[in-house]
Design a protein around this ligand. Structure first.
Ligand code: SF4
Ligand code: SF4
Length: 463
């Protein structure tokens, strides 16, 4: 694609990078075929190619974002399916991140939306605050349907309350800074990102990760000073808060690398993993020392499935006779290019693994997307749950808390992949397994019931 940025514009490193990205696009439109918003809305401006044109026009003309541009960029899930599809290697993620930052700097959102975005930014990255807010959400969720109005603000409030869980789990001790020693001979040493929202919504995921790794001979450090990866702010275009959170993590992990050393920074929420793997890029234009530190952190960052493969995960229990539908989180499959490892590990653990149709399409979670764009997110959720349901699996497994939350309450229990792997290697059985067994028994009973009814119908001569 031809671009016409001026020399002055290109002195800005972000514009220079966007120019480079734009020039790789050959407008072929192949990306439109796998874009969830184009699939649902059928509007070229809600496709990757359409958004690329909007961004080009806005940046080239040094124009403040218009309501039209904001509408179509806001509708983008940042699922990165377009990056997997693009034959030309267009780095859409960095381009849309730049556009989001430009929007936040040049566009004044309606007051209610600004307030909501500020609230999300002030709550979600901070576990203590988020836990308190969630307790309120637990009480409020039954009243979600009573919120009046058809406007976007009412829709968003309802979406937020509907996402609240039935109860808030107790805080887990494993998230406190400290060292979890390896069992037996130490084979490796890793730092675990304990995350922000995940540790509040499902502390069992970090517990399973630490149990499993330490049992495999890997020492796990929870470093003091680490916290939210910054992705939630980053995707809302809040550059400074995102960089502040990222800097704290870079400082914590480089101190550990320079101390006892680390083989990896392990991430068990793939949305966070994609961002931490991008720290090197995010810090590239600032202070050289920070840029070098961030690049070192990104270089050793691994999804938990990659680490389990590296250390030769092996089950110790007999195959459980359960079928798992593997839901590939976009951040894992498109953001990090990890597709085979989680499925291979589940199979190695003894599960029958099924994949739903349209596995490449987002479930609608996408960070805060299911709150900010509840209608599209709801349609994607229903579409995904339909495909998952048709696999006939007992459970749904995924490697990202956002997807697990989005898909919960859809009929089949959802569980993090690492919790199943931990169970099969000697850890406790996740409660979702019993729910799955009960679900299966219920289906069996329903099936028997209909068979009996059919037999009775046949006996009585009724059609
Ligand atoms: S597939 Fe890639 S090159 Fe083709 S239009 Fe989309 S972004 Fe551009
Ligand atoms: S990131 Fe996802 S929603 Fe956004 S343009 Fe690409 S495919 Fe479409």
């Amino acid at each position: 694609m031809q671009t016409s940025f001026t020399e002055t514009q290109l002195r800005d490193p972000d514009t220079a990078e966007s120019n480079r990205i734009l020039r790789t696009c050959v407008h072929c439109g192949m990306c439109t075929a796998t874009c969830p918003t184009f699939l649902l809305l059928g509007d070229e401006l809600d496709s990757p190619r359409g958004r690329i044109y909007l961004i080009k026009d806005m940046l080239e003309n040094d124009r403040p974002a218009t309501p039209e541009v904001v509408k179509h960029i806001d509708r983008c899930l940042s699922c990165l399916s377009c990056m997997t599809t693009c034959p030309s290697g267009v780095h859409y993620m960095h381009l849309v991140d730049h556009a989001r930052r430009h929007i936040e700097e040049t566009y004044e959102r309606p007051r209610a939306e600004r307030a909501l975005r500020r609230l999300l930014s002030a709550l979600l990255p901070y576990p203590r605050r988020f836990r308190l807010a969630l307790r309120g959400g637990v009480l409020g969720r039954r009243f979600a349907g009573l919120i009046p109005g058809r406007g976007m603000t009412a829709e968003r409030l309802r979406a937020m309350l509907r996402l609240a869980p039935a109860s808030v789990p107790a805080r887990s001790a494993v998230e406190r800074p400290g060292v979890h020693r390896a069992e037996g001979v130490r084979r490796g040493r890793v730092a675990l990102l304990t995350g922000c929202a995940q540790q509040v919504l499902a502390p069992s995921i970090n517990e399973a990760t630490i149990r499993l790794l330490t049992r495999m001979g890997v020492e796990v450090v929870v470093t003091a000073g680490q916290g939210c990866c910054g992705a939630l702010d980053h995707h809302m275009g809040h550059h400074d808060p995102a960089m502040r959170l990222a800097r704290a993590n870079v400082a914590a992990w480089t101190a550990e690398m320079e101390g006892e050393g680390l083989d990896a920074v392990v991430i068990n929420a793939s949305g966070c993993g994609t961002t931490v793997k991008d720290y090197g890029f995010m810090f590239r234009t600032g202070d050289e020392e920070w840029a070098e530190r961030a690049a070192r952190v990104s270089a050793i960052t691994m999804d938990v499935s990659e680490v389990l493969r590296k250390f030769d995960y092996a089950p110790t229990r007999a195959a459980p006779g359960l079928t798992v539908a593997y839901h590939a989180a976009c951040s894992l499959q498109h953001g990090q290019g990890i597709t085979a490892a989680p499925k291979d590990l589940l199979k190695r653990a003894g599960f029958a693994v099924k994949e739903p149709a349209e596995a490449h399409i987002c479930c609608g979670s996408a960070g805060t997307y299911n709150i900010l764009q509840p209608e599209i997110a709801g349609q994607l959720r229903a579409r995904k749950l339909g495909h998952l349901d048709r696999t006939g699996a007992d459970l749904i497994a995924a490697g990202n808390i956002g997807c697990l939350t989005q898909l919960s309450g859809g009929g089949r229990p959802t569980v993090h992949t690492v919790e199943l792997l931990d169970w099969m290697a000697g850890g406790p059985e996740p409660p979702q397994v019993e729910q799955a067994r009960q679900g299966r028994a219920g289906l069996g009973a329903a099936h028997d019931g209909s068979a009996a009814t059919a037999a009775a119908s046949a006996g009585s001569g009724r059609a």
